[in-house]
Ligand binder design. Structure first.
Ligand SMILES: [Zn+2]
Length: 139
């Protein structure tokens, strides 16, 4: 796994989605990484190249709808998704876990100790974001 697989201090989760390419091709069965905390998402890095090639060919052939699964095979899709186990945030239905908040609080102390004001402020912003997500959840 790479740094791209992490967000909000935890591993993102893998799931299949249908998305539009920049050229307007609707692509079904695209394995995406999604952060259950902030809902940021992107294509699983392993399959980014396959996705780009597929949409490139579809755009030049004027194909409007396609499926990444049909193009590269079920096996590759399942292998990519299998790298990302189910997330505790999904199982518990929580957007932010207590250990994420603990981790940020620890880092805030480190930043304070290092006198790194910029980092300190970034961490405070992250903490504020986490608490606003929790309020949305409890409403
Ligand atoms: Zn996130």
């Amino acid at each position: 796994m790479t740094q791209k697989d992490f967000c909000c201090g935890l591993t993102m989760i893998g799931l299949l989605r249908s998305i539009y390419s920049e050229g307007g091709v609707l692509v079904h069965d695209v394995p995406m990484l999604v952060c259950p905390t902030c809902h940021k998402s992107h294509i699983i890095p392993d399959l980014e190249f396959d996705y780009i090639m597929l949409t490139h060919y579809c755009e030049s052939d004027r194909v409007k709808v396609t499926s990444l699964r049909d193009a590269i095979g079920e096996r590759k899709i399942l292998d990519a998704l299998a790298k990302y186990p189910e997330d505790e945030r999904i199982r518990t239905g929580r957007r932010v876990l207590p250990q994420q908040i603990d981790a940020v609080l620890d880092l805030i102390n480190v930043a304070k100790g290092m006198d790194d004001e910029q980092w300190h402020n970034e961490l405070l912003d992250q903490l504020k974001k986490f608490s606003s997500y929790q309020q949305i959840k409890s409403r």
